[in-house]
Design a binder for this molecule. Structure first.
Ligand SMILES: C[S@@+](CC[C@H](N)C(=O)[O-])C[C@H]1O[C@@H](n2cnc3c(N)ncnc32)[C@H](O)[C@@H]1O
Length: 220
């Protein structure tokens, strides 16, 4: 069982180093404007809750989250990453685009899911190009794990779905195995979402000739 307060294996490496003045300024002035409104993380049917609530895990600099928000005005997307420069760049882009249906947090998605999201509050989770952690001894750091699948199953609505995209065939195979063993979801090959721009890690993968695999996990 995932509990944000107890010691657990992280799905990311805390990157140290100096932050630029621009990143700091954006995080200080813009990030608070895009904090998650309380009604967004309310159970379906609660007053003020958007028609559809989506969480993106590891949004990087937010290209997919921004495109989803623009293409789906009736939905609200909560985009999370632990990497400050990416989140800072995303909130600057959201501000420039004038989008009001995207919230951002500099947060560990596992902790956020465990501590901030009520049961059955999410219609979808997007996991695009998660860190592949290719070495066998690091597989336990992969975001898709028995514990996070259990957490996702509790936080999604009964019709909720997880969209996964990866350029690592090994990660895609791993997802199928872990999902089958968990039993709470079925995994299918999915069409590439038309709204997702070819950006970030997807652009790098395609430029290097690595095909991209899109999967959807549906509650069983
Ligand atoms: C390979 S990058 C992909 C970024 C972006 N999705 C893209 O397609 O360009 C993976 C991202 O996931 C983030 N990440 C990993 N584990 C995370 C977690 N538990 N919570 C939030 N972000 C996480 C990393 O900081 C990194 O920015």
């Amino acid at each position: 069982m995932v509990n944000g307060s107890e010691h657990r294996v992280r799905t990311f490496n805390a990157r140290r180093g100096r932050r630029s003045a621009l990143t700091d300024a954006r995080l200080l002035t813009l990030l608070p404007r895009y904090a998650v409104p309380p009604a967004v993380l309310a159970p379906p049917g609660a007053p003020g809750r958007p028609e559809c609530v989506v969480l993106e895990v590891g949004c990087g600099h937010g290209a997919a989250a921004l495109a989803y928000a623009a293409a789906t005005p009736e939905a609200h997307i909560v985009a999370l990453d632990v990497h400050p420069p990416g989140v800072a760049r995303m909130v600057a882009a959201v501000d420039a685009a004038g989008l009001s249906n995207l919230s951002a947090e500099l947060a560990d998605a596992v902790e956020f899911l465990a501590e901030r999201v009520p049961q059955g509050a999410l219609d979808a989770v997007h996991l695009f190009f998660p860190d592949p952690w290719p070495k066998t001894r690091h597989h336990r750091r992969r975001f898709v794990s028995p514990d996070t699948l259990e957490l996702l199953a509790m936080r999604l609505t009964p019709a909720g779905r997880v969209l996964v995209a990866t350029d690592s065939p090994d990660y895609a195979a791993y997802v199928r195995v872990v999902v089958a063993a968990h039993g709470g979801f079925v995994v299918r090959d999915a069409a590439r979402p038309t709204w997702r721009p070819v950006a970030g890690y997807e652009a790098k993968a395609l430029a290097a000739g690595r095909p991209v695999c899109d999967l959807v996990l549906e509650r069983s």
